[in-house]
Design a protein around this ligand. Structure first.
Ligand SMILES: [Zn+2]
Length: 264
């Protein structure tokens, strides 16, 4: 999990240098390991711990940056006393995203499932020209990112000839690329491993009831972690301790704390 903060920067952005495309860019090998990506994409049914993944993961990521979170409407949050508008960015149409960021609000959260392509990173970096700061926040649980845009200080007067851009003609700092590369690979590997573990367990009928208990407990643990509900006053009794094959660690089913076993 990383939180990358990009402070406000004066960039010279020349839309004459933009290169357009009809289709979305392919993953860039500087941003994700192509072998892991191909293996991940070949998994038919990616295992998912949440029924409503986006709500939980959004809250998880917001928790890393804001101490006070209030949902006012479906797409409006008050975060540390400032209003933020939520914008979905899943179609790779930068022109639409750019228009949305010129709305009446000062602060925005961009929801972005993955960051595999160079133009996405370029665009998020370019935003530092228009906002006081940008945070790229990645979930610890699943592959999920949000881009927090704090205090717009001028309108995003970027002219687009087309919606899908394949190169914004600007170089992004290496440290940003490096963090995103590490995180992407970590999550792809983790998803591949979890899916392998689960399919191995599914091959053995006697282990299936244990798997259901495991999924149930891990799901409960993640929800408690996100909602900050892990109970710290539990005297974890050994009969409440469950070994999770999925997380490969012990969980107290009562307080949902992971590492208490060391206290015995
Ligand atoms: Zn406990």
């Amino acid at each position: 999990m990383s939180i990358i903060t990009i402070e406000s920067e004066q960039l010279s952005i020349d839309s004459e240098n933009f290169v357009y495309s009809k289709t979305s860019s392919r993953p860039s090998k500087s941003i994700v390991n192509p072998e892991l990506y191909t293996e991940y994409k070949s998994i038919k049914d990616i295992f998912n711990f949440f029924d409503d993944k986006c709500d939980y993961l959004l809250r998880e990521c917001l928790n890393y940056v804001f101490s006070n979170i209030q949902k006012i409407q479906e797409d409006i949050f008050i975060l540390n006393e400032n209003i933020y508008k939520i914008i979905q960015f899943t179609d790779n149409k930068f022109k639409n995203l750019n228009n949305s960021l010129n709305d009446k609000y000062e602060n925005y959260i961009i929801l972005c499932n993955d960051i595999y392509t160079y133009p996405k990173i370029q665009y998020f970096y370019i935003l530092s020209n228009y906002f006081e700061s940008i945070n790229i926040v990645m979930s610890q649980i699943m592959h999920y990112n949000i881009i927090v845009c704090n205090k717009r200080n001028k309108n995003l007067e970027i002219s687009f000839k087309n919606s899908i851009v394949k190169d914004f003609g600007i170089k992004v700092h290496d440290y940003i690329i490096k963090y995103i590369y590490q995180d992407n690979n970590y999550f792809l590997q983790d998803s591949i491993d979890t899916n392998n573990k689960i399919s191995n367990i599914c091959c053995n009928i006697s282990q299936i009831s244990n798997l259901n208990r495991d999924i149930y407990t891990v799901n409960k643990y993640y929800k408690a972690f996100i909602n900050k509900e892990c109970n710290i006053d539990c005297n974890c009794k050994s009969n409440n301790i469950f070994y999770s094959d999925i997380l490969e660690c012990y969980i107290c089913e009562k307080c949902l704390v992971l590492t208490r076993l060391f206290l015995f």
